[in-house]
Design a protein around this ligand. Structure first.
Ligand code: PHE
Length: 339
């Protein structure tokens, strides 16, 4: 029996030495020390021994058991350590490797210019309001003194979504919504996207941006309009920029003007950008037509106002000397990263 015990022990130790992982060790533990294990089986045979032999043998078996248990615990500990070391080795960071490039976002040039414009107008006391891009015929045309059969509808090729529903062709619709919701004095700007069924080329896009401005109060005159817009042009283009007011026509303003500034490309000498004229048109404006005030429930005998619509895209392309408006909308990172 003693020889049998020795044999089992040697066998167990060899197998344990060869064990490769936790599962194998556990299997060995069950095989030798488990309830149905080989050492337990020996203990069961002790009934056949003489009373003198029994305690000696019992002690030997228990010794072997304890020995095996210690060996298993040691081996398990060793394997754990090895696994940890391997893991640490696998996870070491090579600090000499070049770092991954972090792509920092940037403002789109249109947003940079828009932020500047908002700064200029809010510093003059204007609020910023928002309006829907899908408008009704009523707000985009009707209330702006452009009835169904008015020839001025031809000035703006419109994307219709349904009979009376369209993509706004101008932010001027926001004038009406503002006057319906606020009492004078009113001083607001409304920046946003507008849509026209234009042919696409270097200076035209079916989607572009306007900033509508509106001032309504008692005693507002053309002088206020000129003062505000001149100040704006000087802030945007610099104090040396000349500003020119040309008579024009818009159905919702009377009188109406278009505003030009000296071409920033050639300084007024005439070039490709200003088509040789030395001037760049930046906005349309005028005194709010009495019909428009009336349609919003404001008495034109008591109040007057002026409105203006600035093209944001033109301002952006001239400021950054961008030769083609389409670049603004292509979202090519290589282009956008330059600003
Ligand atoms: N809405 C006009 C346009 O899109 C611009 C404008 C706005 C003119 C306000 C006068 C007053 O051309």
């Amino acid at each position: 029996m003693k020889t049998q015990l020795e044999a089992i022990k040697t066998q167990a130790i060899t197998e344990l030495e060869n064990a490769q992982n936790g599962t194998e060790i556990e299997a060995l533990r069950v095989k030798y020390l488990g309830k149905k294990g080989e050492l337990t089986a020996i203990l069961k045979q002790m009934g056949g021994l003489s009373p003198e032999e029994r305690p000696i043998m019992g002690q030997l078996v228990n010794q072997a058991k304890a020995e095996l248990e210690t060996l298993i615990a040691e081996k398990t500990e060793l394997m754990k350590k090895a696994a940890l070391e391997q893991k640490l080795k696998d996870e070491t960071i090579d600090i000499t490797l070049p770092a991954k490039e972090i792509n920092k976002g940037k403002l789109h040039p249109l947003n940079t210019v828009l932020d500047d414009m908002i700064d200029i107008f809010t510093s003059m006391g204007f609020d910023v309001v928002d309006g829907p891009e899908v408008e009704t015929d009523h707000y985009n045309f009707e209330c702006l003194n452009v009835p169904q059969d008015h020839p001025a509808r031809d000035m703006q090729d419109t994307f219709y979504l349904a009979e009376n529903l369209l993509l706004r062709t101008q932010t001027s619709a926001a004038q009406i919504r503002t006057m319906e919701n606020r009492k004078p004095p009113i001083r607001v700007i409304c920046p946003g996207r507008v849509f026209r069924a234009d042919e696409v080329d270097a200076t035209h896009s079916p989607v572009f941006h306007q900033i509508e401005g509106l001032v309504v109060d008692k005693g507002i005159t053309m002088c206020d309009l000129k003062g505000v817009l001149e100040e704006f042009a000087h802030e945007i283009y610099g104090k040396d920029t000349a500003v020119k007011f040309r008579p024009s026509f818009f159905p919702f303003t009377e009188p109406s003007v278009e505003v030009d500034v000296t071409c920033s490309e050639c300084g007024g000498k005439g070039c490709r950008v200003c088509k040789g004229s030395g001037w760049i048109e930046i906005l349309g404006a005028g005194m709010v037509h009495p019909n428009v005030l009336r349609s919003c429930g404001i008495d034109p005998e008591e109040y007057s106002g002026f409105a203006f619509g600035i093209g944001l895209d033109r301002l952006t392309t001239t400021r950054y000397k961008i030769s083609d408006i389409r670049l603004l909308f292509e979202n090519d990172k290589r282009f956008l990263e330059q600003f």
